[in-house]
Write a new protein. Structure first.
Length: 273
C-alpha cells in the first residue's frame, strides 16, 4: 500500500498540490498517494484525525486552516513557531502531530535560485501583515537583507510584527503611504488583494528598473500588482507559482527526506495555466 498524503483546505478544488506531489513521487521513485481533502469549516480537527486514523502520513494545509493546524500540532519547528501558522503536518509515533511551515523556505528558494536574485544586502518591502507575511519574515531576515520594511493598511499590525522580529535584523514598519518615494530592491505582495483581482494601495516610487516585484499569489495573467510594478518601470516580475512548487518540495523533504527537482514542474504549471 502506498503511503497516504493530502492537501486539506476549504475551498480546495483549485489546488495544484496533488499534481505537484505526484510528480515529485514519480521523479524520486516514492510510493505515495496524494489527494485533496475538502474539510468543513467547523470540522478541521476531526477531518485531520480521521485522515490520521486511516494511516495518513502527512498533510499540506491551506486556507483557512493554517492557524488551526498550528494549534493542533503537538510539536512545532522553529519556523512554524515564528510564523504562528502551519502549512505542513507530519504524523509519526514519536510525535503524533509535527507542525512545520515551509512557506518562507519556498519563497527564499524561488527568489534566490529560480529568480537568481540574492537577498543578502538588499532592501525589501513586504506588503501585508497577515499570515502570509508572518510566515516569511524570519526566513527573509535570516538571509541578512540590509532592510526589511513591513507595510500594511492597519499600521498597528505591521508594528506588532516589527516588535516580534526586531531582534533578528533591521526591520521597520508603517502604513503603505509611509513608504512613498522610497524605492526597494525587492517588493513582495503578501496581501490578499490579488485574490480579488485588486491592487493594494501602493504609493508611487517603490520600483526601480532593477526591482524584483514578487506577488505571492498567481493567476493565468499578470496580477494587478505586477501590472502596476511593470508600469512603474520594474523589469523583473514573478508570481507565486515558483513559491508554490518550492514550498511543496520543502514539505516533501520533511515527509520523505528527499528533495525533488522543481524547475521542470514550475515550467509545466506555467505552461498549463
Amino acid at each position: 500500500m502506498p503511503d497516504l498524503y493530502a492537501v486539506i483546505g476549504n475551498p480546495i478544488h483549485h489546488s495544484q498540490s496533488p499534481i505537484i506531489h505526484m510528480e515529485f513521487a514519480r521523479q524520486t521513485h516514492q510510493d505515495i498517494q496524494y489527494n485533496a481533502i475538502l474539510a468543513p469549516l467547523e470540522s478541521f480537527a476531526a477531518t485531520v484525525s480521521a485522515f490520521q486514523q486511516k494511516g495518513g502520513k502527512g498533510l499540506n494545509v491551506t486556507l483557512p486552516f493554517k492557524q488551526e493546524a498550528y494549534t493542533l500540532s503537538t510539536r512545532l519547528t522553529d519556523r512554524a513557531n515564528a510564523a504562528q501558522a502551519v502549512n505542513t503536518l507530519k504524523f509519526d509515533q514519536n510525535h503524533p502531530i509535527l507542525g512545520d511551515n515551509t512557506d518562507g523556505a519556498g519563497l527564499i528558494r524561488d527568489i534566490e535560485v529560480n529568480q537568481e536574485i540574492p537577498i543578502a544586502g538588499k532592501s525589501i518591502l513586504l506588503m501585508g501583515a497577515g499570515g502570509a507575511a508572518r510566515g516569511v519574515i524570519l526566513p527573509l531576515l535570516e538571509r541578512k537583507p540590509r532592510l526589511l520594511a513591513i507595510a500594511n493598511r492597519t499600521q498597528t499590525k505591521a508594528e506588532l510584527l516589527q516588535t516580534q522580529f526586531s531582534s533578528h535584523g533591521q526591520i521597520v514598519s508603517g502604513h503603505f503611504q509611509d513608504f512613498s518615494g522610497e524605492s526597494f530592491d525587492i517588493v513582495i505582495n503578501a496581501t490578499s488583494a490579488s485574490l480579488q483581482d485588486k491592487l493594494p494601495p501602493l504609493p508611487i516610487g517603490l520600483f526601480k528598473e532593477t526591482t524584483l516585484a514578487y506577488d505571492m499569489m498567481y493567476s493565468q495573467n499578470l496580477t494587478p500588482f505586477l501590472i502596476f510594478a511593470q508600469q512603474q518601470g520594474a523589469r523583473y516580475l514573478a508570481d507565486g507559482i515558483g513559491m508554490l512548487v518550492e514550498q511543496a518540495a520543502e514539505s516533501f523533504y520533511v515527509w520523505r527526506g528527499i528533495r525533488p527537482e522543481t524547475r521542470k514542474i514550475i515550467e509545466m504549471l506555467k505552461n498549463n495555466r
